[in-house]
Design a protein around this ligand. Sequence first.
Ligand code: PLP
Length: 419
Amino acid sequence: MADSSGKVDKKVKKEYNKGRKEKPLDKGEWTKSMEKRLIYFDYAATTSLDNEVLEKMLPYYKENYGNADSLHAFGRKAQTAVDVARDKVAELIGAKPSEIYFTSGGTESDNWAVLGGAYACKKRGKTHILASQIEHHAVLSAMERLEKEGFDVEYIPVNAGGRVEINEVEKRIKPNTGLVAVMKANNETGAIQPVEEIAKLCKDRGILCFSDCVQYVPHRNLDVNELGADMVAFSSHKFHGPKGCGVLYIKKGVSIEKLVAGGEQERGMRGGTLNVPAVVGLAYALELCFKNNQQREERILALRKKFLDKVLGLEGVSLNGSFEQDEESLPSIFNLRFDGVENTSFLYNMDLNGVAVASGSACASASLKPSHVLTAMGLSEGQAKNSIRFSIGKDTTEEEIEFVAEKCAEILQKIRAKK
Ligand code: PLP
Protein backbone atom coordinates (compact mmCIF):
# COMPACT_ATOMS: atom_id res chain seq x y z
CA MET A 1 0.00 0.00 0.00
CA ALA A 2 1.20 3.55 -0.70
CA ASP A 3 2.25 5.60 2.32
CA SER A 4 1.52 9.31 2.72
CA SER A 5 4.52 10.23 0.56
CA GLY A 6 3.22 8.01 -2.21
CA LYS A 7 5.90 5.32 -1.65
CA VAL A 8 4.72 1.79 -2.29
CA ASP A 9 5.44 -1.21 -0.09
CA LYS A 10 7.51 -3.46 -2.40
CA LYS A 11 6.07 -6.70 -1.00
CA VAL A 12 2.48 -5.57 -1.52
CA LYS A 13 3.28 -4.37 -5.02
CA LYS A 14 4.91 -7.73 -5.88
CA GLU A 15 1.84 -9.62 -4.64
CA TYR A 16 -0.46 -7.34 -6.59
CA ASN A 17 1.54 -7.75 -9.79
CA LYS A 18 1.68 -11.53 -9.33
CA GLY A 19 -2.10 -11.62 -9.60
CA ARG A 20 -2.15 -9.58 -12.80
CA LYS A 21 -2.23 -11.39 -16.11
CA GLU A 22 -1.14 -8.34 -18.12
CA LYS A 23 2.14 -6.48 -17.87
CA PRO A 24 3.03 -5.44 -14.28
CA LEU A 25 2.18 -1.88 -13.26
CA ASP A 26 5.05 0.58 -13.15
CA LYS A 27 5.51 2.84 -10.12
CA GLY A 28 3.45 5.76 -11.46
CA GLU A 29 0.55 3.53 -12.47
CA TRP A 30 0.65 1.78 -9.11
CA THR A 31 0.47 5.01 -7.13
CA LYS A 32 -2.43 6.19 -9.27
CA SER A 33 -4.34 2.96 -8.73
CA MET A 34 -3.78 3.14 -4.97
CA GLU A 35 -5.07 6.69 -4.89
CA LYS A 36 -8.18 5.27 -6.47
CA ARG A 37 -8.82 2.77 -3.69
CA LEU A 38 -12.32 3.12 -2.37
CA ILE A 39 -13.23 3.57 1.28
CA TYR A 40 -16.65 2.41 2.36
CA PHE A 41 -18.33 4.39 5.15
CA ASP A 42 -21.88 3.43 4.17
CA TYR A 43 -22.47 0.14 6.01
CA ALA A 44 -25.97 1.22 6.97
CA ALA A 45 -26.92 1.21 3.27
CA THR A 46 -25.61 -2.28 2.66
CA THR A 47 -22.63 -4.54 3.33
CA SER A 48 -20.45 -6.88 1.28
CA LEU A 49 -21.39 -10.56 1.12
CA ASP A 50 -19.16 -12.55 3.46
CA ASN A 51 -17.04 -15.15 1.60
CA GLU A 52 -17.99 -17.92 4.02
CA VAL A 53 -21.67 -17.08 3.53
CA LEU A 54 -21.28 -17.23 -0.24
CA GLU A 55 -19.64 -20.66 0.09
CA LYS A 56 -22.69 -21.92 2.01
CA MET A 57 -25.04 -20.51 -0.63
CA LEU A 58 -23.34 -21.74 -3.80
CA PRO A 59 -24.46 -25.41 -3.66
CA TYR A 60 -28.08 -24.21 -3.61
CA TYR A 61 -27.58 -22.37 -6.89
CA LYS A 62 -25.65 -25.13 -8.63
CA GLU A 63 -26.34 -28.68 -7.41
CA ASN A 64 -29.27 -28.45 -5.00
CA TYR A 65 -31.26 -25.96 -7.00
CA GLY A 66 -34.65 -27.54 -6.41
CA ASN A 67 -37.82 -25.66 -5.58
CA ALA A 68 -38.42 -26.11 -1.85
CA ASP A 69 -42.07 -26.92 -2.60
CA SER A 70 -41.36 -29.76 -5.02
CA LEU A 71 -41.99 -33.22 -3.67
CA HIS A 72 -39.06 -34.94 -5.42
CA ALA A 73 -35.51 -35.35 -4.13
CA PHE A 74 -34.35 -31.96 -5.45
CA GLY A 75 -37.20 -30.24 -3.68
CA ARG A 76 -36.69 -32.18 -0.48
CA LYS A 77 -33.04 -31.14 -0.31
CA ALA A 78 -34.02 -27.50 -0.74
CA GLN A 79 -36.78 -27.83 1.85
CA THR A 80 -34.37 -29.39 4.33
CA ALA A 81 -31.98 -26.46 3.86
CA VAL A 82 -34.84 -24.01 4.51
CA ASP A 83 -35.90 -25.94 7.62
CA VAL A 84 -32.35 -25.89 8.98
CA ALA A 85 -32.08 -22.14 8.26
CA ARG A 86 -35.43 -21.44 9.93
CA ASP A 87 -34.42 -23.43 13.03
CA LYS A 88 -31.10 -21.57 13.19
CA VAL A 89 -32.67 -18.10 12.88
CA ALA A 90 -35.29 -18.98 15.47
CA GLU A 91 -32.69 -20.28 17.92
CA LEU A 92 -30.51 -17.18 17.47
CA ILE A 93 -33.28 -14.70 18.25
CA GLY A 94 -35.03 -16.78 20.92
CA ALA A 95 -38.09 -17.57 18.78
CA LYS A 96 -39.87 -20.72 17.64
CA PRO A 97 -39.28 -21.86 14.04
CA SER A 98 -43.01 -21.44 13.33
CA GLU A 99 -42.68 -17.74 14.19
CA ILE A 100 -40.11 -17.07 11.42
CA TYR A 101 -41.29 -15.98 7.96
CA PHE A 102 -38.78 -15.44 5.16
CA THR A 103 -39.43 -12.41 2.94
CA SER A 104 -37.67 -10.47 0.19
CA GLY A 105 -36.05 -8.07 2.69
CA GLY A 106 -36.62 -5.28 5.19
CA THR A 107 -39.05 -3.36 2.99
CA GLU A 108 -41.40 -6.31 2.51
CA SER A 109 -41.21 -7.25 6.18
CA ASP A 110 -42.02 -3.65 7.21
CA ASN A 111 -44.88 -3.40 4.71
CA TRP A 112 -46.31 -6.72 5.81
CA ALA A 113 -46.17 -5.92 9.52
CA VAL A 114 -47.76 -2.47 9.15
CA LEU A 115 -50.35 -3.19 6.45
CA GLY A 116 -51.07 -6.80 7.41
CA GLY A 117 -51.19 -5.80 11.08
CA ALA A 118 -53.50 -2.83 10.42
CA TYR A 119 -55.90 -4.85 8.24
CA ALA A 120 -56.20 -7.48 10.96
CA CYS A 121 -56.83 -4.75 13.57
CA LYS A 122 -59.57 -3.22 11.41
CA LYS A 123 -61.49 -6.48 11.58
CA ARG A 124 -61.56 -5.99 15.35
CA GLY A 125 -62.74 -2.39 14.95
CA LYS A 126 -59.33 -0.85 15.69
CA THR A 127 -58.31 1.65 13.05
CA HIS A 128 -55.94 3.99 14.90
CA ILE A 129 -52.32 3.24 13.94
CA LEU A 130 -49.24 4.85 15.49
CA ALA A 131 -45.70 5.02 14.14
CA SER A 132 -42.71 7.11 15.12
CA GLN A 133 -41.80 10.07 12.92
CA ILE A 134 -38.34 8.64 12.29
CA GLU A 135 -39.36 5.28 10.82
CA HIS A 136 -37.83 4.09 7.56
CA HIS A 137 -39.77 4.91 4.38
CA ALA A 138 -40.83 1.25 4.19
CA VAL A 139 -42.99 1.93 7.28
CA LEU A 140 -43.91 5.54 6.48
CA SER A 141 -45.11 4.70 2.96
CA ALA A 142 -47.27 1.91 4.37
CA MET A 143 -48.69 4.43 6.87
CA GLU A 144 -49.52 6.84 4.01
CA ARG A 145 -51.32 4.01 2.25
CA LEU A 146 -53.35 3.26 5.37
CA GLU A 147 -54.30 6.92 5.67
CA LYS A 148 -55.58 6.95 2.08
CA GLU A 149 -57.59 3.84 2.90
CA GLY A 150 -59.33 5.65 5.75
CA PHE A 151 -57.25 4.59 8.77
CA ASP A 152 -56.58 7.15 11.48
CA VAL A 153 -52.77 7.33 11.37
CA GLU A 154 -50.73 9.33 13.84
CA TYR A 155 -47.01 9.93 14.32
CA ILE A 156 -45.01 9.85 17.54
CA PRO A 157 -42.44 12.67 17.81
CA VAL A 158 -38.83 12.27 18.96
CA ASN A 159 -36.70 14.45 21.23
CA ALA A 160 -33.62 16.41 20.11
CA GLY A 161 -31.50 13.30 20.65
CA GLY A 162 -33.64 11.42 18.12
CA ARG A 163 -35.37 9.21 20.68
CA VAL A 164 -39.02 8.40 21.20
CA GLU A 165 -40.12 9.14 24.77
CA ILE A 166 -42.50 6.67 26.33
CA ASN A 167 -44.95 9.34 27.57
CA GLU A 168 -45.33 10.54 23.96
CA VAL A 169 -46.53 7.07 23.04
CA GLU A 170 -48.75 6.69 26.08
CA LYS A 171 -50.60 9.96 25.59
CA ARG A 172 -51.47 9.11 21.97
CA ILE A 173 -53.04 5.75 22.73
CA LYS A 174 -56.81 5.66 22.15
CA PRO A 175 -59.39 2.94 22.80
CA ASN A 176 -59.25 2.02 19.09
CA THR A 177 -55.45 1.98 18.73
CA GLY A 178 -54.56 -1.26 16.98
CA LEU A 179 -50.84 -1.09 16.19
CA VAL A 180 -47.73 0.82 17.29
CA ALA A 181 -44.60 0.75 15.12
CA VAL A 182 -41.29 1.95 16.56
CA MET A 183 -37.92 0.94 15.13
CA LYS A 184 -35.21 -0.33 17.48
CA ALA A 185 -32.31 1.66 15.98
CA ASN A 186 -32.52 4.54 13.56
CA ASN A 187 -30.78 4.21 10.20
CA GLU A 188 -29.67 7.86 10.01
CA THR A 189 -28.51 8.60 13.55
CA GLY A 190 -28.04 5.18 15.17
CA ALA A 191 -30.32 6.29 18.06
CA ILE A 192 -31.69 3.31 19.98
CA GLN A 193 -35.36 3.38 20.90
CA PRO A 194 -37.01 2.13 24.12
CA VAL A 195 -38.96 -0.60 22.34
CA GLU A 196 -38.99 -2.88 25.42
CA GLU A 197 -40.99 -0.27 27.36
CA ILE A 198 -43.25 0.51 24.39
CA ALA A 199 -43.96 -3.20 23.86
CA LYS A 200 -44.93 -3.56 27.52
CA LEU A 201 -47.26 -0.60 27.28
CA CYS A 202 -48.89 -2.14 24.20
CA LYS A 203 -49.17 -5.61 25.73
CA ASP A 204 -50.99 -4.24 28.78
CA ARG A 205 -53.54 -2.62 26.45
CA GLY A 206 -53.96 -5.40 23.86
CA ILE A 207 -52.23 -3.37 21.12
CA LEU A 208 -49.92 -4.93 18.52
CA CYS A 209 -46.33 -3.72 18.67
CA PHE A 210 -44.00 -3.88 15.66
CA SER A 211 -40.30 -3.06 15.66
CA ASP A 212 -38.10 -2.62 12.59
CA CYS A 213 -34.76 -4.06 13.76
CA VAL A 214 -33.06 -3.83 10.37
CA GLN A 215 -30.21 -1.63 11.69
CA TYR A 216 -30.12 -3.08 15.20
CA VAL A 217 -29.59 -6.76 14.39
CA PRO A 218 -26.25 -6.22 12.57
CA HIS A 219 -24.77 -4.80 15.79
CA ARG A 220 -26.52 -6.21 18.85
CA ASN A 221 -27.78 -9.73 19.47
CA LEU A 222 -31.53 -9.60 19.40
CA ASP A 223 -33.70 -11.65 21.75
CA VAL A 224 -37.34 -11.27 20.78
CA ASN A 225 -38.47 -12.27 24.28
CA GLU A 226 -36.49 -9.46 25.88
CA LEU A 227 -37.67 -7.00 23.24
CA GLY A 228 -41.29 -8.05 23.74
CA ALA A 229 -42.61 -6.83 20.36
CA ASP A 230 -45.21 -8.93 18.56
CA MET A 231 -43.50 -8.49 15.20
CA VAL A 232 -39.88 -7.84 14.32
CA ALA A 233 -38.26 -7.22 10.92
CA PHE A 234 -34.67 -7.60 9.77
CA SER A 235 -32.77 -7.83 6.50
CA SER A 236 -29.83 -10.02 5.53
CA HIS A 237 -27.81 -7.58 3.40
CA LYS A 238 -27.18 -5.34 6.43
CA PHE A 239 -25.11 -8.07 8.12
CA HIS A 240 -22.96 -9.40 5.26
CA GLY A 241 -25.63 -11.74 3.96
CA PRO A 242 -27.26 -11.73 0.52
CA LYS A 243 -29.49 -8.93 -0.73
CA GLY A 244 -33.20 -9.53 -1.29
CA CYS A 245 -33.85 -11.67 1.76
CA GLY A 246 -35.31 -10.80 5.14
CA VAL A 247 -37.33 -12.05 8.06
CA LEU A 248 -40.57 -11.11 9.69
CA TYR A 249 -40.92 -12.64 13.13
CA ILE A 250 -44.58 -12.93 14.09
CA LYS A 251 -45.19 -14.03 17.65
CA LYS A 252 -47.31 -17.15 18.12
CA GLY A 253 -50.96 -16.23 18.57
CA VAL A 254 -50.64 -12.91 16.69
CA SER A 255 -52.75 -12.91 13.59
CA ILE A 256 -52.09 -10.53 10.69
CA GLU A 257 -53.37 -10.45 7.10
CA LYS A 258 -51.22 -11.88 4.35
CA LEU A 259 -50.01 -9.46 1.67
CA VAL A 260 -48.26 -11.53 -0.99
CA ALA A 261 -50.87 -13.81 -2.45
CA GLY A 262 -49.83 -16.92 -4.34
CA GLY A 263 -48.96 -20.45 -3.36
CA GLU A 264 -49.05 -21.97 0.07
CA GLN A 265 -45.45 -21.09 0.90
CA GLU A 266 -44.53 -19.92 4.40
CA ARG A 267 -47.42 -21.82 5.94
CA GLY A 268 -49.86 -20.16 3.56
CA MET A 269 -48.90 -16.68 4.77
CA ARG A 270 -46.58 -15.49 1.99
CA GLY A 271 -46.81 -16.74 -1.58
CA GLY A 272 -43.80 -17.07 -3.87
CA THR A 273 -41.00 -19.56 -4.47
CA LEU A 274 -38.48 -19.20 -1.67
CA ASN A 275 -35.03 -17.91 -2.53
CA VAL A 276 -33.33 -20.95 -1.00
CA PRO A 277 -29.68 -19.86 -1.45
CA ALA A 278 -30.49 -16.49 0.12
CA VAL A 279 -32.37 -18.08 3.03
CA VAL A 280 -29.38 -20.36 3.68
CA GLY A 281 -27.05 -17.33 3.45
CA LEU A 282 -29.20 -15.22 5.77
CA ALA A 283 -29.15 -17.84 8.52
CA TYR A 284 -25.40 -18.36 8.30
CA ALA A 285 -24.67 -14.62 8.11
CA LEU A 286 -26.82 -14.07 11.21
CA GLU A 287 -24.92 -16.78 13.07
CA LEU A 288 -21.57 -15.16 12.20
CA CYS A 289 -22.92 -11.74 13.06
CA PHE A 290 -24.15 -12.75 16.53
CA LYS A 291 -20.90 -14.60 17.22
CA ASN A 292 -18.89 -11.45 16.57
CA ASN A 293 -21.23 -8.61 17.55
CA GLN A 294 -19.87 -7.90 21.01
CA GLN A 295 -16.20 -7.94 20.10
CA ARG A 296 -16.87 -5.91 16.96
CA GLU A 297 -18.89 -3.33 18.85
CA GLU A 298 -15.92 -2.58 21.14
CA ARG A 299 -13.64 -2.07 18.14
CA ILE A 300 -16.16 0.12 16.34
CA LEU A 301 -16.71 2.18 19.48
CA ALA A 302 -12.98 2.96 19.60
CA LEU A 303 -12.96 3.82 15.89
CA ARG A 304 -15.92 6.16 16.29
CA LYS A 305 -14.22 7.90 19.18
CA LYS A 306 -11.05 8.40 17.17
CA PHE A 307 -13.01 9.82 14.23
CA LEU A 308 -15.19 12.13 16.32
CA ASP A 309 -12.24 13.39 18.36
CA LYS A 310 -10.71 14.59 15.12
CA VAL A 311 -13.74 15.82 13.20
CA LEU A 312 -15.73 17.46 16.00
CA GLY A 313 -12.65 19.60 16.65
CA LEU A 314 -13.10 21.27 13.25
CA GLU A 315 -14.89 24.60 13.09
CA GLY A 316 -18.63 24.47 12.48
CA VAL A 317 -18.98 20.69 12.84
CA SER A 318 -21.49 19.17 15.24
CA LEU A 319 -23.12 15.88 16.02
CA ASN A 320 -26.81 15.43 15.23
CA GLY A 321 -28.38 13.63 18.15
CA SER A 322 -26.57 12.74 21.30
CA PHE A 323 -25.01 9.70 22.79
CA GLU A 324 -23.80 10.58 26.24
CA GLN A 325 -24.43 6.97 27.11
CA ASP A 326 -23.29 4.42 24.57
CA GLU A 327 -26.41 2.38 25.25
CA GLU A 328 -28.39 5.12 23.55
CA SER A 329 -26.92 4.69 20.10
CA LEU A 330 -25.21 2.25 17.79
CA PRO A 331 -21.54 3.25 17.51
CA SER A 332 -21.52 2.27 13.85
CA ILE A 333 -23.88 5.05 12.69
CA PHE A 334 -23.37 8.74 13.38
CA ASN A 335 -24.66 11.88 11.76
CA LEU A 336 -22.63 15.07 11.50
CA ARG A 337 -23.58 18.60 10.53
CA PHE A 338 -21.12 20.76 8.59
CA ASP A 339 -22.37 24.34 8.89
CA GLY A 340 -22.75 26.13 5.58
CA VAL A 341 -21.85 23.07 3.50
CA GLU A 342 -24.49 21.44 1.29
CA ASN A 343 -24.41 17.68 1.79
CA THR A 344 -24.65 17.04 -1.96
CA SER A 345 -21.44 18.99 -2.50
CA PHE A 346 -19.76 17.28 0.47
CA LEU A 347 -20.78 13.84 -0.84
CA TYR A 348 -19.52 14.66 -4.32
CA ASN A 349 -16.13 15.75 -2.97
CA MET A 350 -15.88 12.68 -0.74
CA ASP A 351 -16.68 10.49 -3.73
CA LEU A 352 -13.94 12.21 -5.76
CA ASN A 353 -11.59 11.11 -2.97
CA GLY A 354 -12.90 7.56 -3.15
CA VAL A 355 -14.89 7.80 0.09
CA ALA A 356 -18.48 6.53 0.17
CA VAL A 357 -20.72 8.29 2.72
CA ALA A 358 -24.43 9.18 2.57
CA SER A 359 -26.78 12.06 3.14
CA GLY A 360 -29.24 9.68 4.80
CA SER A 361 -31.16 6.57 3.91
CA ALA A 362 -30.00 5.01 0.61
CA CYS A 363 -33.65 4.72 -0.48
CA ALA A 364 -34.05 8.50 -0.21
CA SER A 365 -30.63 9.55 -1.47
CA ALA A 366 -31.91 10.39 -4.94
CA SER A 367 -34.35 12.84 -3.36
CA LEU A 368 -33.34 16.40 -2.62
CA LYS A 369 -35.74 16.59 0.31
CA PRO A 370 -34.17 17.19 3.73
CA SER A 371 -34.08 14.15 6.00
CA HIS A 372 -37.40 13.55 7.79
CA VAL A 373 -35.41 12.08 10.70
CA LEU A 374 -33.30 15.19 11.26
CA THR A 375 -36.20 17.62 10.88
CA ALA A 376 -38.19 15.50 13.37
CA MET A 377 -35.31 16.08 15.80
CA GLY A 378 -35.79 19.83 15.44
CA LEU A 379 -33.17 20.68 12.83
CA SER A 380 -34.11 23.29 10.25
CA GLU A 381 -34.34 22.17 6.61
CA GLY A 382 -31.07 24.00 5.96
CA GLN A 383 -29.30 22.23 8.83
CA ALA A 384 -30.63 18.89 7.64
CA LYS A 385 -29.19 19.60 4.19
CA ASN A 386 -25.80 20.28 5.82
CA SER A 387 -25.77 16.81 7.37
CA ILE A 388 -24.01 13.60 6.48
CA ARG A 389 -24.48 10.04 7.74
CA PHE A 390 -21.29 8.08 8.37
CA SER A 391 -21.62 4.36 8.95
CA ILE A 392 -18.69 2.08 9.67
CA GLY A 393 -18.41 -1.65 10.13
CA LYS A 394 -16.39 -4.80 10.49
CA ASP A 395 -13.77 -4.02 7.84
CA THR A 396 -13.21 -0.36 8.76
CA THR A 397 -9.57 0.28 9.68
CA GLU A 398 -7.83 2.95 11.78
CA GLU A 399 -6.01 4.05 8.65
CA GLU A 400 -9.35 4.66 6.92
CA ILE A 401 -10.66 6.58 9.92
CA GLU A 402 -7.64 8.88 9.77
CA PHE A 403 -7.88 9.29 6.01
CA VAL A 404 -11.60 10.16 6.05
CA ALA A 405 -11.15 12.57 8.98
CA GLU A 406 -8.38 14.33 7.03
CA LYS A 407 -10.57 14.49 3.93
CA CYS A 408 -13.39 16.03 5.99
CA ALA A 409 -11.05 18.86 7.00
CA GLU A 410 -9.77 19.37 3.45
CA ILE A 411 -13.21 19.32 1.84
CA LEU A 412 -14.67 21.71 4.40
CA GLN A 413 -11.85 24.13 3.77
CA LYS A 414 -12.20 23.80 0.00
CA ILE A 415 -15.99 24.33 -0.07
CA ARG A 416 -15.93 27.18 2.43
CA ALA A 417 -13.07 28.93 0.61
CA LYS A 418 -15.22 29.04 -2.56
CA LYS A 419 -17.98 30.98 -0.79
N1 PLP B 1 -35.65 -0.47 7.65
C1 PLP B 1 -34.50 0.17 7.91
C2 PLP B 1 -34.30 0.79 9.25
C3 PLP B 1 -33.51 0.26 6.94
O1 PLP B 1 -32.38 0.90 7.21
C4 PLP B 1 -33.74 -0.34 5.67
C5 PLP B 1 -32.75 -0.24 4.59
O2 PLP B 1 -31.95 0.66 4.55
C6 PLP B 1 -34.95 -1.01 5.46
C7 PLP B 1 -35.88 -1.05 6.47
C8 PLP B 1 -35.25 -1.67 4.14
O3 PLP B 1 -34.55 -2.89 4.03
P1 PLP B 1 -34.28 -3.56 2.62
O4 PLP B 1 -33.17 -2.77 1.99
O5 PLP B 1 -33.86 -4.96 2.93
O6 PLP B 1 -35.53 -3.52 1.83
